[in-house]
Write a protein of this length. Structure first.
Length: 327
């Protein structure tokens, strides 16, 4: 269970149930704080869920079964059974239940005496009670909360694929230009941009109108398709192919429309168009700087991510679930 907390309209998390109860006991979390996790339809006061006690025990999910058990389909690990621990057959260690590394048996007996020992254990994302939703995580993956950061090479590949799609969209225009005697020196004088613009207009007038129309339709069609996928899924076509997604740094869900479309899409589109209009070299340098910054950051944050306050992560369906806003 991934638990999010909020205080004074500032969100924090996710935390495990163990971590929440430790913070409740220590006073780091107070009963007037707000809490949300899967199963709650809105943010609620912590004290309302704990009956104003410094301990939270979520209500178990009752399944439609004919037996009297209120919790079903719990995986019983051999080492947690009576044959190895001498306890009841249905006993499952809390460390295992919440995805924490197992503590030695001698420490487990004293776990109630010193609950703060749980602080040295961090959730293991490879363990999941929901087997169908388990993420495949390699030793090289970086995990932040409940998300797995996208590898830098996956992000580079996604950018390259988006560039390739753009080249394919303007391919008819490129083929028409290759058949013409283009004087490229007209575009090398940065100080005389007006002359370069006038020369480009002359070239456009020399291209058949059918070719121009085809290129315009393909470019605008690609741009519209990209916007649809970015808005609905936080993925450009390149990111969709490589299985990565943009999420908000705080909530680890889809960013707001302003961040996703305004800051990370349209503003970046304008910036890079200006850079490449001056010189392609400058545009590629800025892209390289972005990925260099990301490779040196613990959370793979480049200047794109700093600008929009986003993360690029491995795509997971849970990231598309919207969390209610803090009231």
């Amino acid at each position: 269970m991934q638990i999010f907390l909020a205080r004074n309209n500032v969100q924090a998390g996710p935390y495990t149930l163990d971590q929440l109860n430790i913070m409740l006991t220590s006073g780091e979390v107070v009963l007037d704080d707000l809490i949300w996790h899967e199963g709650l339809d809105q943010w609620q006061r912590v004290g309302n869920l704990t009956n104003n006690q410094p301990y939270y025990r979520p209500a178990p999910i009752v399944t439609a079964d004919n037996n009297d058990s209120i919790i079903n389909n719990i995986t019983i690990f051999p080492e947690d059974s009576a044959s190895s621990t001498g306890q009841d057959d249905k006993a499952v260690s809390l460390d295992r239940l919440y995805g924490k590394p197992e503590r030695p048996a001698e420490n487990a007996k004293n776990s109630k005496v010193d609950m703060t020992t749980n602080r040295q254990y961090t959730p293991n994302s490879n363990v999941s009670l929901n087997k169908s939703g388990a993420k495949k995580i390699s030793d090289n993956d970086k995990v932040v909360g409940d998300v797995v950061l996208a590898p830098i090479m996956s992000r580079v590949l996604a950018t390259a694929l988006n560039g390739l799609l753009y080249v394919l969209a303007i391919f008819p225009l490129v083929m028409a230009l290759t058949k013409m005697d283009v004087d490229y020196t007209k575009f090398q004088n940065i100080q005389d941009m007006d002359a370069a613009y006038q020369y480009s207009m002359t070239l456009m007038e020399s291209i058949p109108s059918s070719t121009l129309m085809m290129s315009q339709v393909m470019v605008f069609g690609l741009f519209a398709l990209q916007l649809v996928f970015i808005t609905l899924r936080g993925q450009s076509l390149g990111k969709l192919i490589t299985g990565i997604r943009v999420v908000d740094q705080m909530t680890h869900r889809l960013p707001s429309f302003t961040k996703l479309i305004g800051m990370r899409t349209l503003l970046l589109f304008i910036i890079y168009n200006l850079l490449f209009s001056f010189t392609s070299f400058l545009g590629f340098v800025v892209i390289i700087v972005h990925y260099y910054m990301a490779s040196k950051s613990p959370e793979n944050i480049g200047w794109h991510d700093k600008l929009a306050k986003t993360l690029v992560v491995k795509a997971d369906s849970s990231q598309l679930v919207k969390k209610p806003k803090v009231k």
